[in-house]
Ligand binder design. Structure first.
Ligand code: C2E
Ligand code: MG
Ligand code: MG
Length: 787
């Protein structure tokens, strides 16, 4: 059996140890005591034998003394001499009574009985023990243990002298139960007197202190020749006796012994009692020890159990509990160490989860945590049938800030925006997270589309407040996509994807926020497949280049044309560039398109050259192209092929394309400029190019963005911006183009403002090359031909 629990093991070990110690103790005590008891018994038997011998000797002395007194009595001797039997008898009996003798006889020299005080033997009968008289004759007296009839006597024979022996005085004590009893009183031993005739098959009990039955049994069990000293153990009537036999008298025909005994059982009784007491004490001390060890074990195992349950809590990630540290022993130190470990782990886990679930720039939840919360919200919706909304927001000017002012400022912007979003939330249950880049997401549990729109409007208002970055004020601006659950999806990815689509639509439309509409998804799918088809389009000549005229306002002459790419899709028809140029830019495929546009423009320009049409074709160059260091070589190569003069082409570059990587863009622009190509800044006014940069750039033209131009007729602010931009451009020595002119009034205003070139639907929509020439010839604008 294996004891697994420490508590049980401790109690068991203590208990076992104590039991072993107690057994050894008890066995040794028992051995010592029982040996000493045995020794005691033996000693008391030896002492008993001594006492018995002394008693016998004393008896003999008493008999001898008494008989001497009587034998020397004159009257008595006279009575013997005169044969006065009456006097003899009375003297004998008187004397006998005085010493309490049991035998009182006078024997004549002829060995015949003269008188017997007790009258057991008739006068004249033969004295049974003539050898005693013989011994008394020679030694002056004789004493012996004798059997007279069935009785044992201690007998003394002394002569009655006058002066020669005239008779023999015989005195004796009966060795009877009383004698044995006295002896027992003196020695505390059992005493038995037995005799055995040679012919007999067993002993005869003469007197004994033993119980009757035991005494009888002894006559059978005592060996015929009993071992004398040392004492030995003899079983009598089922009980052990330590036995010492003492031979009294051996005669030819009879043996007499005195047997001294002590019942082993009795002798050991006090020992047994002692053993019982010891056993009880042992038992009690064992019990006490077990209880004590139980207490000790508990005092060790309880805190250990507490620590182990604490460890389980820790393992489950619950760090709220601490171990009690009120003990000053090792377990107390262990508890303190545990608590340190607990707080250490908690801090580390908090740090880890902070790293894992918090965005380090803004301190807001990151994408992972947002996804978790979103999943939880979905669970709640499924259980309770409520709803929630997700807002996905992208900053409009983050990229510029990052590129122009550096990452530090970018981070600052994100931080400030994060704080604003956070503070504009109403409910604790709302979550703002930064998903990465300049993308923020909001989770609004319990909110429907109307509620979400409300929040979106509030956010946009709070983003209109300028952000202060390195002393510059900047409006971050944002576009927000909104989805509501469960109407518009019941999965994280679906909801986020749809929110993102709505956000892109908002960005594209410049509308601040947009609630997801399933139609966007169809469009998006189209975009995806468009991407795959785009390569096919380039390779299989599905692209077309349209031309939109740029008119010199002062001379009303068509001097330039902007080349705008179109995709003549076999099924979709003419696809506008807004639907595929951004994707081509994102994938880098724009380079192939740019190459195609340059070559197609040159090809067309060569045709116009043959037709003596000295137009400058402006080509749109995207940001991706501007980081391509091979761009100048591409131009140079293709221009060589078509034998083109530099003025054939002008390049339109958006502000943001330059600002994306100003250093590199500047190098490439410088090389293009060195090739005498005209450079123009497209969509001027929408980006954040600093005038310092602008001054350094080798451009010769700026194109005011159509968003200012189209409504300038009605919008005073726009008109002011356009006027200032024209003045600015002229002051820097640049030609100024206005694009997006849709009516005559605008045209007139621009003319009044001194704008150099005009472009817009009012003049013409972009046209295919052939249509362009046809249109130009029929238009009110002059198409100059070379002579
Ligand atoms: P953009 O370079 O600013 O081109 C001017 C856009 O304004 C053209 O749109 C033109 O059709 C449109 N537009 C001209 N006049 C008016 C007007 O009076 N009213 C209105 N509402 N719009 C007018 P389009 O052709 O759809 O091109 C859009 C943009 O796509 C271009 O903006 C340009 O950034 C890009 N793009 C077009 N072709 C190319 C190309 O070959 N290469 C590159 N990289 N980008 C191109
Ligand atoms: Mg353009
Ligand atoms: Mg433009």
């Amino acid at each position: 059996m294996k004891i697994r629990k420490l508590h049980s093991r401790l109690v068991f070990a203590f208990g076992l140890l104590l039991i072993v110690v107690q057994i050894i103790f008890l066995v040794s005590i028992n051995t010592v005591l029982s040996k000493s008891t045995h020794d005691d018994i033996r000693l008391s038997l030896t002492a008993g034998e001594l006492v018995f011998n002394l008693l016998r000797e004393d008896n003999t002395q008493q008999l001898v003394q008494s008989s001497s007194i009587l034998s020397s009595d004159f009257a008595f001797r006279g009575a013997i001499a005169s044969g006065d039997s009456a006097t003899i008898a009375s003297a004998l009996s008187n004397h006998g009574a005085r010493i309490d003798a049991d035998l009182m006889m006078l024997v004549g020299t002829d060995n015949r009985l003269i008188a017997d005080a007790l009258q057991t033997n008739p006068a004249g009968s033969q004295f049974e023990f003539p050898e005693l008289i013989e011994r008394a004759e020679s030694q002056g007296r004789a004493s012996a243990m004798v059997m007279a009839g069935d009785r044992l006597y201690q007998m003394v024979v002394v002569p009655v002298r006058a002066p020669l022996p005239i008779a023999w005085l015989v005195l004796g004590f009966h060795i009877d139960e009383k004698f044995a009893g006295n002896l027992k009183t003196l020695t505390t031993l059992d005493v038995s007197f037995l005799s055995r005739r040679r012919s007999a098959d067993r002993w005869q009990m003469l007197a004994s202190t033993l119980p009757k039955a035991t005494a009888l049994e002894l006559t059978h069990t005592l060996p015929a020749v009993p071992t004398l000293s040392p004492a030995s153990t003899l079983a009598v009537a089922g009980e052990d006796y330590v036995t010492l036999s003492s031979r009294l008298e051996t005669r030819e025909d009879i043996t007499m012994v005195a047997v001294l005994q002590r019942s082993l059982h009795q002798a050991l009784t006090p020992l047994r009692r002692l053993q019982m007491i010891l056993l009880m004490v042992s038992g009690l001390s064992l019990l006490a020890a077990l209880l004590a060890s139980d207490r000790i074990a508990r005092s060790i195992t309880r805190p250990l159990r507490e620590l182990s349950s604490l460890a389980e809590y820790i393992q489950r990630g619950d760090y709220s509990r601490t171990a009690a540290t009120d003990r000053v022993d090792e377990i107390g130190s262990l508890a303190i160490a545990f608590n340190h470990m607990n707080t250490g782990l908690a801090a580390r886990e908090a740090r880890i989860s902070d790293l894992a679930y918090r965005d380090q720039v803004t301190g807001l939840p990151n994408r992972r945590l947002f996804n978790d919360r979103l999943k939880q919200a979905l669970g709640v919706v499924q259980r309770t049938g409520t709803q929630f909304s997700v807002l996905l927001m992208d900053l409009d000017r983050f990229k510029e800030v990052n590129d122009i002012l550096g990452h530090g400022s970018g981070d600052q912007l994100l931080k400030q925006v994060g704080e604003r979003l956070q503070s504009s939330l109403m409910r604790d249950s709302d979550t703002v997270a930064r998903l990465g880049g300049d993308e923020f997401a909001l989770l609004l549990p319990g909110s429907d589309a109307a509620g979400a729109i409300n929040v979106a409007q509030k956010l946009l208002i709070c983003l209109e407040e300028p952000v202060l970055l390195e002393g510059q004020k900047l409006i971050a601006g944002g576009s927000i996509g909104i989805v509501t659950c469960p109407e518009q999806g019941d999965q994280n990815e679906v909801l986020l994807r749809r929110a993102e689509m709505a956000m892109y639509v908002a960005k594209r439309n410049n509308s601040g926020y947009v609630v997801f509409d399933p139609i966007y998804e169809e469009q998006d799918e189209q975009h995806l497949s468009l991407m795959a088809e785009l390569r096919h389009a380039v390779d299989h000549g599905e692209l077309r280049l349209f031309y939109q005229p740029k008119v010199d306002i002062a001379s009303s002459t068509i001097t330039q044309a902007e080349a705008l790419v179109r995709w003549k899709h076999p099924r979709r028809g003419l696809v506008p560039p807004n639907l595929f140029i951004p994707y081509a830019e994102n994938t880098g495929f724009i380079r192939a398109i740019t190459r195609w546009v340059i070559e197609e423009a040159l090809r067309q320009r060569r045709i116009w050259e043959e037709q003596n049409l000295p137009l400058t074709i402006s080509i749109n160059i995207s940001a991706r192209d501007l980081i391509n260091t091979e761009l100048p070589e591409l131009f140079a190569g293709l221009m060589r092929t078509y034998d083109a003069a530099p003025y054939w082409l002008s390049l339109e570059i958006t502000e943001s394309a330059i600002m994306g990587n100003p250093g590199r863009a500047m190098t490439i622009l410088a090389r293009l400029h060195a090739m005498q190509l005209h450079l123009s800044i497209d969509d001027f006014g929408t980006g954040y190019s600093s005038l310092a940069y602008l001054k350094k750039m080798p451009v010769s033209e700026i194109k005011i963005d159509q968003s200012f131009v189209t409504n300038m007729e009605t919008d005073k602010d726009d008109a002011t911006i356009v006027r200032s931009t024209i003045d600015l451009g002229h002051n820097m020595g640049l030609a100024v183009v206005a694009e997006g002119i849709e009516n005559a009034a605008t045209m007139q205003m621009l003319s009044d403002m001194g704008c150099d070139l005009a472009q817009g639907y009012y003049i013409s929509r972009p046209l295919a090359a052939d249509d362009f020439v046809r249109w130009a010839e029929a238009s009110p604008w002059k198409l100059v031909r070379k002579d």
